[in-house]
Design a protein around this ligand. Structure first.
Ligand SMILES: [Zn+2]
Ligand SMILES: [Zn+2]
Length: 366
């Protein structure tokens, strides 16, 4: 059937809305009518062409309604509300252990731009268009998704707000709760207060961390971090920043969570750890980074890469939504909504930092 989708790979600053032909869901897949899709930094980085092949429809924070079931799908019904998260194989040791973000096939399934058999779900005037980005390609009115990508959500929840749970919010909240396992009385410094960092701040408050230090260059964002639970806010351009962060407790922090890709911040996140502390990161340093690693990790310290917040989306996303309902995880305060037709403005505001988490609304504004 004909759908409207935002296509990357034509050289513009933002994906362009086009009409594409989308095939019917195959066995184990469903068609989702999208209500809204968040824009994440991975979309911004992939748009000019990085890991995924082009032309492609990006988008990996979709939320919508199940519209058609492929053969053999028995765990969903037409009309179910779903949030889309990453795709995974369901058979490798990580998937079987409930850690699908570390699926052995994560790269081909999330960044391959096609199914594992090489087919795509989309076709345009100039031929094949890549689909299945994170199992979704949700910058579109409709998406063909493998069942493992979809997480059923309560129908009382406002679907247009839920998409960011699938990547940005789970990456921050899961990073703190599931990966680092920050708990009562612990101390943490969070670097970068974008959507992921602010979700981490909210989660650290939720689990009872004693001191939550937020670090960013943007002072407005730091104010927001304070409202979300940061006990100490430090601007990244202040002098003696390492000493200031260490000074919050007098001995450094138990955990750091680095949401930036700046090499000096990766060093700083290790430097401010207390003895036996753990530094978690979600993005590799951009460019050269050659720290004195042995000196930095002496004292029982650990450096830990974290994908998708370590979380099992099937159980963790509904939990996050429940905490939101209770007012304990107000992630919706980070969202700015845009009609799908204004994706170029949404991309510009994401790049400039004007919007923390832009969300495209597929149903209005076309
Ligand atoms: Zn993402
Ligand atoms: Zn797997």
């Amino acid at each position: 059937m004909k759908i409207t989708a935002a296509l990357s790979g034509r050289g513009g600053a933002a994906p362009e809305l086009v009409e594409l032909e989308q095939e019917e869901p195959r066995a184990g897949e469903m068609r989702i009518r999208l209500v809204a899709t968040g824009i994440c930094h991975t979309d911004l980085h992939e748009h000019p062409g990085r890991h995924a092949p082009q032309p492609i429809v990006l988008g990996h924070e979709g939320a919508g309604v199940v519209e058609k079931l492929g053969e053999g799908v028995s765990t969903f019904e037409i009309g179910d509300h779903v949030v889309l998260s990453g795709n995974s194989c369901g058979r490798c040791p990580s998937c079987l252990a409930g850690r699908p973000t570390y699926c052995d096939l994560a790269m081909p399934l999330c960044f391959g731009g096609k199914r594992l058999d090489g087919s795509t779900a989309l076709c345009g005037d100039e031929g094949e268009v890549h689909s299945h980005f994170f199992g979704q390609s949700s910058f579109a009115t409709h998406s063909i998704v493998p069942v493992r990508t979809a997480v059923k959500m309560d129908k009382d929840l406002p679907l247009e707000k839920l998409g960011p749970l699938g990547c940005g919010v789970v990456t921050g909240a899961g990073g703190v709760i599931e990966a680092l396992k920050v708990g009562f009385g612990d101390t943490i410094a969070i670097f970068g207060t974008g959507g992921v960092g602010l979700s981490a701040v909210m989660a650290a408050k939720l689990v009872g961390a004693k001191r939550i230090v937020a670090v960013d260059l943007n002072r407005e964002r730091l104010e927001l971090a304070r409202e979300f639970g940061a006990t100490d806010c430090i601007a990244g351009d202040e002098d003696d920043i390492a000493a200031k962060i260490r000074g919050v407790t007098g001995r450094g922090v138990d955990f750091t969570f680095n949401t930036t890709n700046a090499p000096p911040v990766h060093s700083l996140a290790l430097e401010v750890l207390a003895m036996n502390g753990t530094a978690g990161f979600v993005a590799a340093p951009l460019g050269q980074w050659a720290p004195q690693m042995f000196a930095m990790l002496a004292g029982g310290k650990q450096l830990r890469g974290i994908l998708g917040g370590d979380a099992n989306p099937q159980t963790f996303l509904p939990q996050l939504a429940e905490y939101w309902q209770q007012g304990k995880l107000p992630f919706d305060r980070m969202l700015s909504f845009y009609p799908f037709a204004e994706i170029d403005r949404a991309f510009a505001d994401a790049h400039s930092g004007k919007a923390i988490k832009p969300v495209l609304l597929m149903e209005n504004g076309q």
